[in-house]
Design a protein around this ligand. Structure first.
Ligand code: CMX
Length: 433
């Protein structure tokens, strides 16, 4: 058994025992209350699931195993000469709650290389799709097509013991994470680069190789991908994509199915697709105003016009956060360091100065601040990735790290089928009396 798997088994076995003892002792204790507004209001804030890999605080933002993004940037291993953390290190941290050494992160890189071969039929399936199929749809189809390789599904059909679910889920998760950059790069090159593909470079790390296979050259873009794939990796369990995956996986559907399900959620414009919507909206602004250097007044008017058309301002607002998203800040710091005088990046910063006051002035928006999606597009355009319909795929590759680490935990803890209670409006009316 490999070192990471052994550590995970030891830690999760202990926590499983602790969890059972805790439930026996405290199972009937009240920890939360639900009010009628939450029943109608998308279940905001209702505490109803366990998610070990990260947690989100409205004021301070995301913490991965208790660590902020600036902390991760200091403590996680980096490639030689690199300026950003290796996402391999974050996966290790999320899975076993230990910061890995560089040697351990390199081992994981190599392990993923060994597991990265995509079955030929997946390429054939994707090739039959209309070339204008949205990249997220292609990704979801590609992931689903690989389900035939699921170790969990195969062992389950053979009568696997419940005690081994964690093992098969670990194997599937490692295989899927290893394959995703290859699948995602294939989709990018097929959709936007005349189906001309770039061979994997086995000397590179997981994120560096992804950048290489996308075909965007330069050390800065590799650094950007390491940062991007780290900061988008997890956002506790209640967000739509993580929660969808968790729900599907709770039926003992394997992670190919459950992660594909989660990615259907990520592809919605109120969630991950907002990253494409932001840059699309900015590009439309520059076209409408006929300038890439708009004045403050022009930007204000454009925001107001968007709201007047009954649309949201993409990249702003959040269901939990009540401060600027630290993932936005991390990207801003990256851009300040690496990019000078880029018009789209400047517009992103101009929006940061302008949007919050306008949204706050509406009196109904709970969080007028930028979220993770407000910044990424302008940086990607700067490095030459202008095809914004692809951006959510980058988010998806990253989000696999958190969702799949959490799926390993769900199966190791033996979490049950998820099944909350719905009520009718009539029931709620009576209960409110
Ligand atoms: N622009 C305009 N109106 C907004 C808004 C925004 N950016 N954010 C919230 N509002 C509106 C809501 O639409 C709602 O209006 P109605 O009462 O008329 O329906 C009202 O303000 C209250 O909403 P809220 O409680 O503040 O926000 P929610 O928790 O319901 O929704 C979110 C959160 C993210 C869906 C919302 O802020 C939004 O639509 N933002 C724009 C899309 C976006 O950037 N999504 C990405 C989020 C991050 C991610 O998951 O990747």
């Amino acid at each position: 058994m490999d070192e990471l798997k052994k550590k995970f088994h030891e830690k999760s076995s202990k926590l499983r025992k602790d969890m059972r003892a805790f439930i026996k002792k405290n199972g009937a204790k009240k920890v939360d209350e639900v009010v009628a507004g939450q029943v109608f209001g998308g279940m905001r804030g209702v505490k109803s699931m366990i998610w070990e890999t990260s947690s989100l605080d409205a004021k301070v933002g995301i913490r991965f195993r208790g660590k902020s993004i600036p902390e991760l940037q200091k403590i996680l291993p980096r490639v030689k000469g690199g300026t950003e953390p290796m996402p391999e290190g974050l996966f290790w941290l999320m899975l076993v709650d230990e910061v890995p050494t560089k040697k351990q992160a390199d081992w994981l890189s190599n392990e993923w290389k060994k597991r990265s071969k995509i079955p030929d039929h997946t390429y054939s399936v994707l090739t039959t799709l209309s070339p204008d199929t949205h990249p997220m749809t292609q990704l979801i189809i590609g992931i689903s097509s690989m389900q035939v390789d699921s170790v969990f599904a195969k062992r389950y059909a053979e009568g696997m013991n419940k005690a081994d679910y964690w093992d098969a889920t670990y194997e599937d998760s490692m295989n899927l994470i290893a394959r995703l950059p290859h699948l995602a790069a294939f989709i990018y090159r097929r959709s936007y680069h005349k189906n001309v593909h770039i061979e994997s470079d086995d000397s590179l790390d997981w994120a560096g190789n992804f950048a290489h296979m996308l075909g965007i050259k330069g050390a800065d873009f590799k650094s950007l991908m390491r940062l991007y794939l780290t900061i988008h990796a997890d956002h506790e369990g209640g967000n739509a994509s993580a929660h969808t995956s968790h729900l599907v996986n709770s039926t003992l559907a394997d992670v190919y199915l459950s992660f594909a399900g989660g990615m259907c959620s990520l592809a919605g414009p109120l969630h991950g697709l907002a990253n494409q919507e932001v840059i699309k909206w900015i590009m439309e602004m520059t076209k409408e105003l006929n300038t890439t250097k708009p004045t403050k007044e022009q930007v204000q008017q454009y925001i107001k016009d968007t709201l007047a058309k009954g649309k949201v301002i993409p990249g702003y607002g959040h269901a939990v956060l009540r401060q600027p998203d630290p993932r936005f800040t991390a990207q801003r710091v990256f851009a300040e360091k690496h990019i000078k005088g880029d018009d789209f990046v400047n517009i992103v910063w101009q929006l940061f100065e302008t949007v919050p006051d306008i949204l706050a002035g509406l009196g109904k928006v709970k969080n007028p601040w930028p979220n993770v999606d407000a910044h990424s597009g302008a940086i990607l355009v700067h490095y030459g990735m202008k095809e914004y319909s692809y951006y959510t795929v980058l988010f998806a590759v990253s989000r696999a790290l958190g969702i799949l680490a959490a799926s390993c935990w769900s199966r190791a803890l033996g979490l049950p089928l998820e099944r909350p209670k719905s009520v009718t409006w009539d029931w709620l009316r009576k209960a409110a009396k």
